[in-house]
Design a protein around this ligand. Structure first.
Ligand code: AHG
Ligand code: MN
Ligand code: MN
Length: 316
C-alpha cells in the first residue's frame, strides 16, 4: 500500500488496514478476533496468579496457570469464530477440533511465550500461525498468515497475511491502530540475540558468534522469543539464534508454534530464517512438538551463519 503518513496512521485500525490490503473477509475477521484475545490475555497477566498450575505440558516443563488460561482464552475465541476447523497449541498434546468440520482455517498457538519471565516483569508474548491446509502435511504453502502480540509497556501486535509485515499498537480506546506499516529490514543490523549455553555450542557456531562480535554487534537477549524477535524487526536488522546444542541437535524452540510464524513475518519483512542450512518455511514438520535450530533476521547475518555452518568460513 502507498506510504501512509504518520498523522493518518493513528486513524487506520487493524480492520481497516486489512480491508485496504484486500485480505479476504473471513481471514480479516479471524485475525481481528485473535488480536482481541490479546486484550483478555493481557488482563490475565495483570491479575496473574503466579502459582504453578501443577500441570505438565507436553515438553515436561511445569507450566504457570497463565499458560493454561491464555490457551483457554484463545481456544474459546476460536471455537465460536465459525472460520476455524482445528486448533493446535504448545500447551496441548494433540490438535483439537474447534469447528463443526470443513471450516477454512487451522490455527497454531504458543499462547504465552516467555512465561518464565512473568515474575520479572519483562515483556512476554503470544505467537499465532494460520494455516489453510494440514499443519503437518500441508507443505510450505499451508501457512498463509502469522501474528504475534507483545505484552510490554505497550501492547503491540504484528501481523502479515502475505501483504508485508505491519505493527499495530493498542490505544487507550482499546483499538489496534497502525504504528509501523510495511516493515522492511535493512541488509544488515548491529544487534545479536543468542540463546543456549555457550559451553553447549558447536565450534562452527562459536566461530560465527565470534565473527559477529569482532564486527561490533551488540548483545540483546531477554530470554523471551517474542520481544527478542520484535527488537530485530523494529530496529530493522540483526540476528536471533537458538542453535543446535551438544546433546540436543534440535535446539530448544518449537518449529510449528514458534519458528514458522516468526519466519513468515521475517520473510515478509525482507529477512530470512533458517535452521542453519534449510529455510524454516521449507521444513515439513514430522511431529507437533518438533524442535529446530534457528538463525533468523536480516540477510547479511543469516547468510553469514549458513556460510559458517557449511564450513565455508573459518574464524576471523
Ligand atoms: P515458552 O515460554 O513458550 O516455553 O518459550 C520460551 C522460549 C523462548 O521464549 C525463548 O527464546 C527461550 O525459551 C529462552 O530459552 P533459555 O531460557 O534457554 O534462554
Ligand atoms: Mn515459546
Ligand atoms: Mn509458551
Amino acid at each position: 500500500m502507498e506510504n501512509i503518513s504518520d498523522a493518518t496512521k493513528q486513524f487506520i485500525d487493524l480492520r481497516r488496514h486489512m480491508w485496504m490490503a484486500g485480505i479476504e473477509v473471513d481471514l480479516r475477521r479471524l485475525i481481528w478476533q485473535i488480536a482481541v484475545t490479546g486484550k483478555y490475555i493481557s488482563s490475565k497477566i495483570q491479575e496473574s496468579n503466579r502459582k504453578l498450575a501443577g500441570f505438565e505440558n507436553i515438553y515436561g516443563e511445569e507450566q504457570l496457570a497463565l499458560d493454561r488460561s491464555s490457551d483457554e482464552i484463545i481456544k474459546r475465541q476460536l471455537e465460536f469464530s465459525g472460520f476455524v476447523n482445528q486448533y493446535a497449541s504448545e500447551e496441548r498434546e494433540s490438535i483439537i477440533q474447534v469447528g463443526k468440520g470443513g471450516e477454512k482455517y487451522i490455527v497454531t498457538a504458543d499462547p504465552l511465550d516467555g512465561s518464565s519471565l512473568v515474575d520479572t516483569n519483562l515483556a512476554i508474548g503470544t505467537i499465532i500461525g494460520i494455516h489453510r491446509e494440514s499443519i503437518l502435511t500441508g507443505g510450505d504453502k499451508s501457512l498463509i498468515a502469522a501474528m504475534y502480540i507483545t505484552y510490554g509497556p505497550l501492547i503491540t501486535m504484528i501481523y502479515s497475511a502475505g501483504n508485508g509485515t505491519h505493527e499495530f499498537v493498542l490505544n487507550r480506546e482499546g483499538e489496534y491502530v497502525l504504528s509501523e506499516e510495511s516493515i522492511i529490514l535493512k541488509e544488515r543490523g548491529n544487534i545479536y540475540s543468542i540463546g543456549g549455553l555457550r559451553k553447549d555450542w558447536a565450534q562452527k557456531h562459536h566461530d560465527y558468534i565470534r565473527c559477529l562480535e569482532s564486527e561490533g554487534y551488540k548483545l540483546r537477549y531477554s530470554g523471551g522469543f517474542v520481544p527478542d524477535i520484535n527488537q530485530i524487526l523494529i530496529k530493522r536488522g540483526g540476528v536471533f539464534t537458538y542453535p543446535a546444542l551438544k546433546g540436543n541437535p534440535n535446539g530448544k524452540l518449537r518449529l510449528i508454534f514458534e519458528l514458522q510464524p516468526m519466519a513468515f513475518l521475517m520473510e515478509q519483512a525482507g529477512g530470512m530464517a533458517t535452521d542453519g542450512r534449510k529455510s524454516i518455511l521449507s521444513i515439513e514438520p514430522k511431529t507437533l512438538d518438533q524442535r529446530c535450530p534457528i538463525y533468523i533476521g536480516s540477510k547479511y547475518e543469516v547468510e553469514k551463519a549458513k556460510a559458517f555452518l557449511d564450513g565455508n568460513k573459518t574464524a576471523i
